[in-house]
Design a protein around this ligand. Structure first.
Ligand code: ADP
Ligand code: MG
Length: 355
């Protein structure tokens, strides 16, 4: 069934707007989008399709093909189903910023795993805002929509994420990587190669970023920011970190990751432009080690998957997304990708190909 038919079945009316927003995979540059760094995500073909109609009262109803039931609550109240909070709180933000004065019916169909590090939450928030922009005739840009969507996660959900996910899903085009400066929001597009695939494999380990572990890392970064007196941890030097004798060892490791990950990301963007995928793969491998040992955001199932991916012939592989489960991304020569995939999945029965 298409989105219009599902919407009509759930709510008995036609939607006023339908939008598709892709998920994203981050090729490199993890947890540095709230620490002053540059990142390199690209849009997936998979994503969230959302239909919306404004209502005459203040009620928000949300139905999703990935979750049971229809959540129904006034915008100022809590949604009846906690999975619906991203859509519900985006409506609340839209009301708070004066875009709307009523509620809406929202129908969602999605072929994007949620809680997998592929930004389903950002895709959903951006989709609600793009649909609202259409029905209200507003003229905010996609970048402004990304900024509002980040506010939903930061200020309404309590997830202290950076701007990468929202920018990637609101702005990036399929087939291109977005080399984004998260400080200035300047970006460049770099075409993806035809002879190397970025394969996204789900480990089978589901996690929710709002569960607190992401925030713990963000809090450790905050501690470092207050110690060094800067929001820009990526542009500190390793000597400064080594010299910070009274900074806790775990916090030093987080900063070390920010500095080295940012350097790797800038180099990786150059390798991608130069079509040097051996070096690009080396950057991915080093990034994984840094996420595992310095940022401590991996889990054993992901480490084993990354190891198998490289053993099976990937040029490089790494955890992607907020961490603690979800997906890996691997750079694999296209003509070897089928054999590679067979080898990796044979060793990891819970893993599956996303894209
Ligand atoms: P990620 O963004 O990496 O997928 P998050 O933990 O940030 O993971 O966000 C996942 C949450 O987003 C889900 O628990 C749910 O609340 C919401 N969400 C994602 N996809 C959908 C969907 N198709 N329908 C309803 N809610 C969704
Ligand atoms: Mg998310």
């Amino acid at each position: 069934m298409n989105i219009e038919a599902i919407f009509a079945q759930k709510f008995g009316t036609e939607p006023q707007a339908c939008v598709f927003v892709p998920g994203r995979v981050n090729l490199i540059g993890e947890h540095i989008d709230y620490n002053g760094g540059r990142v390199l995500p690209h849009a997936l073909h998979r994503g969230v399709t959302l239909a919306l109609s404004l209502r005459s009262d203040d009620v928000v109803r949300v139905a999703s093909d990935r979750f049971e039931g229809v959540s129904e609550a006034r915008t100022a109240d809590e949604p009846t189903d906690s999975w619906a909070k991203y859509a519900h709180y985006t409506m609340r933000l839209a009301k708070d910023i004066g875009w709307i004065s009523s509620g809406a019916d929202i129908g969602i169909i999605s072929n994007l795993s949620d809680g997998a590090g592929l930004s389903s939450s950002a895709a959903l928030c951006v989709a609600v805002l793009k649909a609202l922009r259409e029905v209200t005739g507003r003229s905010e840009s996609d970048v402004e929509i990304a900024q509002f969507a980040r506010r939903v996660e930061n200020d309404y959900i309590g997830m202290p994420c950076g701007i990468m996910d929202q920018m990637a899903v609101a702005v990036a085009k399929p087939g291109e990587a977005l080399f984004l400066d998260t400080g200035s929001l300047d970006y460049d597009s770099i075409p993806l190669p035809e002879d190397v695939s970025f394969m996204v494999i789900h480990s089978g380990v589901h996690r929710e970023l709002a569960d607190g572990r992401y925030k713990q890392r963000a809090d450790e970064c905050l501690e470092a920011k207050s110690y060094f007196g800067t929001d820009d941890l990526c542009h500190l030097t390793l000597d400064q970190v080594e010299g910070a004798v009274d900074l806790a060892e775990n916090v030093k490791r987080r900063v070390r990751h920010c500095i080295t990950e940012h350097e790797r990301t800038v180099q990786a963007a150059s390798h991608l432009r130069a079509r040097d995928f051996v070096r690009f793969g080396e950057s991915m491998n080093a990034s994984h080690v840094s996420m595992r040992d310095d940022f401590e955001m991996s889990v054993p199932a992901i480490d084993r998957l990354v190891e198998s991916a490289v053993e099976a012939g990937a040029l490089g592989a790494r955890l992607t997304g907020g961490g603690f489960g979800g997906c890996i991304v691997a750079a694999v020569p296209v003509d070897a990708s089928e054999v590679w995939l067979g080898k990796v999945l044979a060793q990891h029965p819970d893993a599956f190909l996303v894209e």
